[in-house]
Design a protein around this ligand. Structure first.
Ligand code: MRU
Length: 348
């Protein structure tokens, strides 16, 4: 049996600007905002109008082009100096997702390698940003289909738990973890998605369930602290999550709460998979202890909408990501195949 899938594209290049789905407004409102300046792109990444590791990388690539386009100097050396300043602003938006740094490096490399006038370099940068964008969509489809080979074969239709949003909204389109889920749905291998709500920003509740509803994929929302109970009841056959940065040994940084999910999956003998493009693997880092972990504003913890959840006088700690040790991961699913974490280097 196959089921048709809709297409959600969080980032669109149109005429001379970028259109972003404003992910801070979903699921209440589906709106797009227009981005024409690199400073606005940096702000959109920081405030999570666009979020999810691959989507952040694509947005930063267009951000580099938008910044390059506004540089007035026709002197190559001066142009590169100003371009480096643009890159610096974009680099300082979010520290954990390595795709941001990967995409910026790709763009700067393209600039350096393009001979000719500043105008020719600017044109090459736009083409490279579009290519990074298009390649990501294709990569996600490959990841989705590769994932089918490692999913448990029994039962025939699986209940899959996911955390945060590693879907079309977090990528160029289709998604990584949700890409595998989409491919499983298309092939009649999926019974239902269990979506962790993902405190504090609720990407699971707001975004993953929204994507599932768009595709008519059956989805059950659970609070984060319900996962172990659901596993104990036999409701979950596999867990699939995305990644923000994977180190050479397979340790994986992903949305806060991923690590505890991997631990409870292990305790219940349920396979725990990470789905991510190779651009999320940081081969320069050996282990997860080297990954910088973003801490976000503590208002994310004490407020929901306009409601304050706790009295004043409380202190807060708000790390946005955690690191799941490689030994808890059954396989890392990439566009070049699914491997055990310790075998990542073979795909380099
Ligand atoms: O803080 P966010 O919403 O950007 O965090 C997103 C995640 O943790 C995703 O799981 C990860 O970026 C992979 S997206 C394909």
């Amino acid at each position: 049996m196959t089921s048709s899938l809709t297409q959600v594209y969080p980032i669109i290049w149109q005429d001379d600007h970028v259109l972003l789905i404003d992910q801070t407004r979903l699921p209440k409102e589906y709106t797009r905002i227009e981005i024409s300046r690199y400073e606005d792109m940096a702000r959109a990444i920081k405030t999570m109008i666009v979020r999810g590791a691959p989507a952040i990388g694509i947005a930063a690539a267009y951000g580099i082009y938008l910044g390059a386009r506004d540089i007035q100097s026709v002197d190559r050396q001066e142009f590169f100096t100003q371009l480096e300043a643009v890159a610096d602003v974009l680099r300082r938006t979010r520290p954990t997702a390595v795709n941001l740094f990967w995409a910026i490096d790709q763009m700067l490399k393209t600039a350096q390698e393009t001979n000719g006038s500043v105008e020719q370099v600017q044109q090459a940068l736009l083409e490279r940003a579009k290519a990074i964008h298009a390649e990501d969509i294709e990569t996600c489809k490959l990841i989705g289909d590769t994932g089918l080979n490692v999913l448990p074969t029994s039962p025939q239709k699986l209940n899959i738990l996911t955390h945060c949003n590693a879907g079309a909204l977090a990528t160029g389109g289709y998604g990584t973890a949700l890409g595998v889920i989409r491919s499983a749905w298309r092939e009649g291998r999926l019974e239902r998605v269990y979506a962790d709500e993902t405190r504090p920003r609720l990407q699971g509740a707001k975004l993953t369930t929204w994507e599932c509803v768009q595709d008519n994929i059956p989805v059950t929302l659970i609070a984060d602290n319900m996962a172990a109970h659901c596993m104990k009841q036999g409701l979950i056959h596999a867990v699939i999550v995305g990644a923000d940065r994977i180190t050479a040994n397979g340790d994986t940084a992903n949305k806060i709460g991923t690590y505890s999910l991997a631990l409870v999956a292990k305790a219940h003998n349920i396979p725990f998979f990470v789905a991510a493009p190779l651009s999320t693997v940081d081969f320069k880092l050996e282990t997860g202890t080297e990954i910088p972990i973003e801490e976000r504003d503590v208002s994310e913890l004490y407020e929901v909408g306009n409601t304050r959840l706790c009295p004043t006088g409380v202190e807060f700690y708000n790390p946005a990501f955690d690191v799941t040790p490689a030994e808890l991961i059954a396989a890392i699913i990439t566009e070049k195949g699914a491997v055990k974490p310790g075998e990542l280097r073979t795909l380099k």
